[in-house]
Design a protein around this ligand. Structure first.
Ligand code: C2E
Ligand code: CA
Ligand code: CA
Length: 513
């Protein structure tokens, strides 16, 4: 029992001895010879390799000179060494597990732990959590290097700590995302944003940063700590969507919205597997002859209760979740096989258009699945048209250009859907080398209300003529629209004026006239 004894201990590194000379000698001997040292009036106990360092403990009294006692003491010290080493190791592991090595702040795990404790304590009702996302950090990192980025993060961490450190928990929970958990009066968005008004210093440079915040108050929050972190993230995403350098508090509706989307994702997967998805075909008409020249394949989802979910609602979820890759391939194959059957029935000029989203297009297997659909259905490639949107040209033009080249090399045609709503430049359009423009229905529906000379629909038709592209109008609902389009020089149309999307059987009946 050393509890009652006066003692001093020194770590081998750094060795700073402030004791008198004889004490110094004893301690140094102990450390140098790596053993316990026994003297008449003093003792130095040696503890080896505790977290990589050795420790000498100085006792200002002698112990009995008894070989057995010394032997026992030696064993005790080596046992204590092992135990202490374990303690150091566990605390290091704890540090690694719960702290961010770059900034020394708590990490996500530690934050979750504190959050859990907070949500189960009386503090819950006036606590709040803020997530702080540094705007455009990725760009800064790319432009000025990761090391500079690290300096910046440390600088942000330091400022947050110096303002909130004593009263709140501060954590870095993602690359450039910090979190502050504490009393809701302290965790105030204006206060946090005001910290970003002054430049940060990194590598002797002044850098002006801005941040976007997602916050959540816990007064009537019922979910777990990990849900709370997710919900704060939802608020952050919402804030970023609206405006950078702003903030947004989580509201219950947001959670419902997200949970609803997750629910819909599961339901969509189940519907796909349960074969409750099907494809309908909307006829495309040659307005001069009145003949049906082709159809656009459109996906439908009928729930088990018999309700229809509109594609505008579920397609984005399919895209977001990646389900669109399999579903889209299935639509493509269905359309190709339907076309094959129409050809067998004698409709040899019939064309089929299939919508393809960005997520499908950028999937490495896309070309392969397209080739397979053509091969398996044995339809001529020029009877198939893929509808892509202008916005796809914006995200990754190089990828798109090379993909389109390959697709066109196969003989498949390309049209640009919703034309006029994206922002692609003319030069980009020329590079894409597409076959057809599809006038968005917004421009078709405004035809009667604007001066027809000035209508966008007319300009798109002129553009298609000068670029030597085919053109089709979608969403044609009235005779006036059809007539105006014809006078502009647009020959083809799709819309409720002619036909709504039809099931396979309905389409056959329609074609028979
Ligand atoms: P979209 O490609 O622009 O498809 C045309 C939409 O306009 C269809 O809606 C169609 O039913 C509707 N429509 C056709 N004629 C008229 C009309 O005269 N008036 C009005 N008001 N609407 C008309 P739908 O079927 O609800 O599809 C909505 C969107 O969902 C499509 O827009 C397309 O972006 C997407 N979508 C549908 N099926 C697929 C698919 O298989 N794959 C992918 N990636 N997207 C699809
Ligand atoms: Ca379309
Ligand atoms: Ca469209």
């Amino acid at each position: 029992d050393l509890g009652s004894v006066k003692y001093q201990a020194w770590l081998e590194r750094p060795l700073v001895l402030v004791a008198d000379e004889s004490t110094q000698t004893i301690v140094q001997t102990c450390l140098f010879e790596r053993r316990n040292f026994y003297d008449e009036n003093a003792t130095a106990l040696y503890f080896s390799n505790i977290g990589g360092a050795s420790l000498a403990m100085y006792l200002d009294f002698g112990l009995r000179h008894d070989a057995i006692d010394h032997h026992l003491l030696d064993m005790l010290c080596s046992n204590v060494s092992v135990c202490l080493d374990n303690v150091v190791l566990t605390s290091r592991m704890h540090n690694l597990a719960f702290f961010d090595p770059l900034t020394g702040l708590a990490n996500r795990l530690q934050l979750l732990q504190t959050l859990h404790d907070t949500l189960h304590s009386p503090k819950k009702d006036d606590s709040a959590l803020a997530l702080i996302d540094i705007d455009h950090f990725a760009e800064t990192n790319d432009a000025l290097g990761h090391q500079f980025g690290d300096f910046l993060l440390c600088s942000v961490g330091k400022r947050l700590r110096s303002h909130f450190g004593d009263n709140c928990q501060i954590a870095r929970i993602g690359n450039d995302i910090f979190a502050i958990l504490g009393h809701e009066d302290l965790v105030s968005p204006n206060l946090i944003l005001s910290l970003f008004q002054q430049a940060f210093i990194a590598d002797h440079q002044n850098v002006q940063l801005s941040a976007t915040l997602g916050l959540i108050k816990f007064s009537d929050y019922e979910h777990s700590s990990s849900e709370a972190l997710k919900d704060a993230n939802i608020a952050l995403k919402r804030a970023k969507l609206h405006n950078r350098s702003a903030y947004c508090y989580f509201t219950r509706d947001m959670g419902v919205e997200i949970r609803e989307r997750v629910r819909m994702m599961h339901a969509l997967r189940a519907a796909f597997e349960g074969e409750r998805l099907f494809v309908v075909y909307q006829p495309q008409i040659d307005m001069r002859s009145g003949k049906t020249v082709g159809a656009e394949a459109l996906l439908r989802w009928r729930t088990e209760e018999g309700n229809f979910v509109p594609p505008d609602q579920f397609i984005p979820i399919a895209e977001y979740s990646g389900l669109i890759v399999n579903i889209g391939e299935w639509v493509l194959r269905s359309a190709c096989f339907e076309l094959m059957q129409l050809r067998e029935a004698g409709y040899l000029e019939f064309q089929i258009a299939v919508n393809v989203s960005q997520a499908q297009f950028s999937h490495p297997q896309f070309m392969h699945s397209l080739e397979r659909a053509l091969k398996d259905s044995r339809i001529p490639p020029h009877c198939l048209e893929l509808e892509i949107t202008e916005s796809m040209a914006m995200t990754d033009p190089e990828m798109l250009i090379s993909m389109l080249q390959k697709i066109k090399g196969m003989g498949v045609r390309i049209s640009i859907d919703d034309f006029g709503t994206g922002f692609s430049s003319l030069s980009q359009l020329q590079k894409l080398n597409v076959d057809k423009l599809k006038i968005d229905r917004a421009f078709v529906s405004e035809i009667s209300s604007v001066d027809s000379e000035a209508s966008i629909a007319r300009m798109i038709v002129q553009l298609s003529q000068s670029l030597n592209l085919a053109v089709i109008a979608e969403g044609v609902e009235t005779k006036e629209q059809a007539e105006a389009l014809l006078t502009f020089g647009c020959q083809f149309a799709q819309g409720f004026l002619y036909a709504k999307p039809k099931t396979k059987t309905e389409l056959r009946a329609w074609l028979k006239g």
